[in-house]
Write a protein that binds this ligand. Structure first.
Ligand code: F6R
Length: 360
């Protein structure tokens, strides 16, 4: 049941600390990554990674891709529907295809998984559902262990996917001879272990609700971030449009000036994600929007003074830059939820959408 929450989505947002604890449990031991079916050395010989996924899972794949790229591993995230029937470049037994799918039943993703497999790639499924089609068809599976998700809009499964893919990326960085694991791995893992507590902390604040009301009735909602936060900006916008039916778009911060800026007015609030990496540039991009009258809502930890210029502030706990986006994402989930609730939308079952999309 909803466990006292008004909607499944709200329950799923609020139970993320628990979901994340399950995702992480037993997977970090003495500063080492321990991944069930993927012991040390499993991925030696791999030289290229193709993520295939749709929707929110694609945004998690973008997160995973960047975690690999940071370690110097060749990796690309594909929208599964674009992968199928196209030529994604060379595929061989040195290619690892990672199908990211909450349900494990998404037709586009299954199509991409089958294509990669038939071309000789090694295929791993990252999913929430044990026994799903994608899990059965892949060579191996890694489970995100988020627990069942009932709300059509994916929330806790995004967080658990991004964490699982990051752990997988760290394993790959150890296994691939040419890769360079992060220098601050110990710090990175320590911050991951406290991620559930950090999510818990940010859930107690009511500022997301206030922001949702303050900017209600705007023409469009924009979300910008760079690097890992580009994935989060896109996810923030997808969630917003899915459940509020309002227009929202997520962009790479630096892309704003290459076109979307034409849409920016005092009637287009812009959520700006900061994580301590290249914040100065993102701040500059935020100022460009602000100069056209757009209200800027900074999503940042208090110590990122870049947020000073902001019209509104969504505070997240300070953490390693790699996990910051996941905290920001939870804040944005809450903004979307409250915006949709104010509009009286059927939050758990948005019109025209289904929890698993079994047609191509
Ligand atoms: C977004 C959402 C969809 C799914 C997409 C993929 O909130 O729910 O975008 O993420 O249909 O579904 P899975 O992950 O089951 O393959």
């Amino acid at each position: 049941g909803k466990g006292g929450y008004e909607h499944y989505m709200l329950k799923e947002i609020y139970t993320q600390p628990n979901a994340l604890s399950n995702t992480i449990e037993g997977r970090i031991q003495d500063n080492e990554i321990c991944l069930e079916d993927f012991p040390k050395g499993t991925f030696s010989g791999i030289d290229d990674v193709h993520f295939v996924a749709c929707g929110t899972s694609y945004h998690a794949a973008l997160y995973g891709q960047q975690m690999l790229n940071r370690a110097g591993i060749r990796a690309q995230a594909f929208r599964a529907s674009e992968y199928v029937g196209s030529n994604p470049g060379p595929v061989s037994d040195k290619t690892l295809a990672i199908a990211v799918t909450q349900s494990g039943e998404t037709a586009d993703t299954l199509g991409a998984l089958r294509q990669a497999k038939s071309q000789g790639a090694r295929v791993v499924t990252v999913t929430n559902v044990v026994g799903s089609t994608a899990a059965r068809e892949a060579d191996d599976s890694l489970f995100i262990r988020a627990g069942p998700e009932i709300g059509v809009a994916a929330t806790k499964t995004f967080s658990s996917q991004a964490v699982t893919l990051s752990l997988l990326a760290l394993r790959l960085a150890e296994d691939i001879e040419t890769a360079t694991p992060p220098e601050d791995k110990a710090e990175l893992l320590r911050s991951l272990e406290v991620l559930p507590e950090n999510v818990e902390k940010l859930l107690t604040s009511t500022e997301a609700k206030r922001i949702a009301s303050r900017y209600a009735g705007s023409k469009s909602y924009f979300f910008i971030g760079r690097g890992l936060n580009n994935a989060v900006a896109k996810e923030g916008a997808l969630k917003f449009k899915e459940i509020t039916y309002e227009h929202a778009e997520g962009f790479a911060s630096g892309e704003l000036k290459h076109g979307p800026l034409a849409l920016v007015t005092p009637d287009t609030p812009i959520f700006v994600l900061f994580n301590g990496e290249n914040d100065t540039k993102t701040l500059q991009n935020a100022k460009e929007a602000q100069a056209r009258g757009a209200p800027v809502i900074a999503v940042a930890s208090e110590k990122h003074s870049s947020a000073d210029i902001a019209d509104s502030f969504l505070e997240i706990p300070d953490t390693h830059p790699v996990w910051s986006g996941l905290l920001a994402n939870v804040k944005l989930q809450l903004v979307s939820y409250h915006a949709a609730r104010n509009l009286g939308r059927p939050i758990d079952k948005p019109r025209n959408l289904a929890k698993s999309v079994t047609v191509e």
